[in-house]
Every structure is written in structure tokens, then in C-alpha cells.
Design a protein. Structure first.
Length: 156
């Protein structure tokens, strides 16, 4: 039974190799069948008909293609999100003065159009955030152990 399976696999491999050879022969004839002298001319015409540019051939062409690309425009923020704010020295100075004036993080965020976590990060960077007060944790009460007097010796 295993021998039959091995023979079938060998036949399938042989058939696959034959199909691959036929396919490569058909692909090699394809440009000539459509009146093109080379495969490159055929590919350019195919891509033109398809509406895409051919990919660069080598690393040199890839570098030139990257250099020729126009810079991308900044992405629009997703619906419901506001655009990112660049933290400027002016914003940092505003956060510092509002903090010293006794404003809350939420009030500072609203006044400067930045998020509350960003306000917190700026305050931390400026050293305006007080360190959390460490609370003393009470040690567990010692467990009282009583010595039990026995008249007999322990069993061995």
C-alpha cells in the first residue's frame, strides 16, 4: 500500500514538472504572439493597458524612484479626533504659569488645547509634580504562640 502511494506521488511530480515546462514555454512565446520583440516591451504595454507603472528593475532604479517621489501630505485626522498639537516652548511656558497660578490639569488642558495627560507630562518634565506621599504600611501583628507542655515524649 505504501509502495502504491509512493508511485502515485512520483507520477504526480512528473506530471507537475511537465506542466511547468509547458507553462514556461507558453509564457516565453507570449510577447511574440502579440507582436512584441522582447518581454520587456510586452510588460510595458501590458502595464500601460492595465494603468500602472512598471516596477523598478534594480536597486539603482529603486533609489531613483524613491528620490523622485513627491512628499506626502499630512494625514487628515480621523473623524471625531482633533489634530495633534505640537508642543512648543510657548505652550510649556503657559503650562508652567497656569500651574503656578493654581489651575487644575483639566483647566490647563482646556486653556492650552492639549490633553490632560500631556499637561501632566509637561508638569513632570518641569518638576512641578509633587512626588506621591508614601503611606506607612502597618506590619502584621505577630502571632502569639503558646508552648504546650506535655508529659510524654514525642512519638517517633
Amino acid at each position: 500500500m505504501a509502495q502504491d502511494t509512493i508511485k502515485q506521488i512520483a507520477e504526480y511530480k512528473s506530471r507537475l514538472a511537465s506542466l511547468e515546462r509547458d507553462l514556461f514555454a507558453q509564457l516565453a512565446r507570449l510577447p511574440a504572439d502579440y507582436g512584441f520583440a522582447t518581454a520587456e516591451e510586452f510588460i510595458v504595454a501590458f502595464n500601460k493597458a492595465k494603468g500602472t507603472k512598471p516596477a523598478p528593475k534594480a536597486a539603482k532604479a529603486g533609489k531613483a524612484a524613491k528620490a523622485a517621489k513627491a512628499p506626502k501630505a499630512p494625514k487628515e485626522p480621523k473623524a471625531g479626533r482633533k489634530a495633534r498639537v505640537t508642543i512648543t516652548p510657548e505652550i510649556i511656558a503657559q503650562v508652567k504659569s497656569l500651574t503656578e497660578a493654581g489651575k487644575t490639569g483639566k483647566e490647563i488642558a482646556k486653556a492650552t488645547s492639549i490633553s490632560v495627560p500631556t499637561v501632566q507630562n509637561i508638569k513632570k518634565k518641569l518638576g512641578l509634580v509633587s512626588a506621591p506621599v508614601a503611606t506607612e504600611v502597618a506590619a502584621p501583628a505577630p502571632v502569639a504562640t503558646e508552648a504546650v507542655a506535655t508529659d510524654s515524649a514525642p512519638a517517633v
